[in-house]
Design a protein around this ligand. Sequence first.
Ligand SMILES: [Zn+2]
Length: 140
Amino acid sequence: MEREESLNLICVQCGRLVRVETATTDERGQAVHSECYDLRLYGEQSEWPEAYCKALWEFEDALLAGRIVDARGEISKRLVELSHLPGLHAKEREAISEAVQALQSLEREDQRHKASEIGKVAFEKVSAISRSFARASREY
Ligand SMILES: [Zn+2]
């Protein structure tokens, strides 16, 4: 019988879990997200694909905002480098503009999620206060 853990591998590029069904393998036969693999080919000399993947595969809400900031930082560094190489790395530029858009929607989702969390906490506080008022007014 197959063990459960064997269904998940660690992506060699970003260090996050990758499911066997969606994994691809790199030239050394190591598991990698297909997105990560493509990005590595686009940007071999730079750090941004890794930072971007870490944001893309970050499932800890508390860490996501920081990952997005890191990825954006690496992307701007790379864009500065690319600005000195006009006409080169067309595929990577394409990948970067896709990454920038993906980071934007990731950030919007993150903010929406946080807003609803804050809303929930605020609502709970208000209802706790109104409950204690209700109790107090019954007691007097
Ligand atoms: Zn990955």
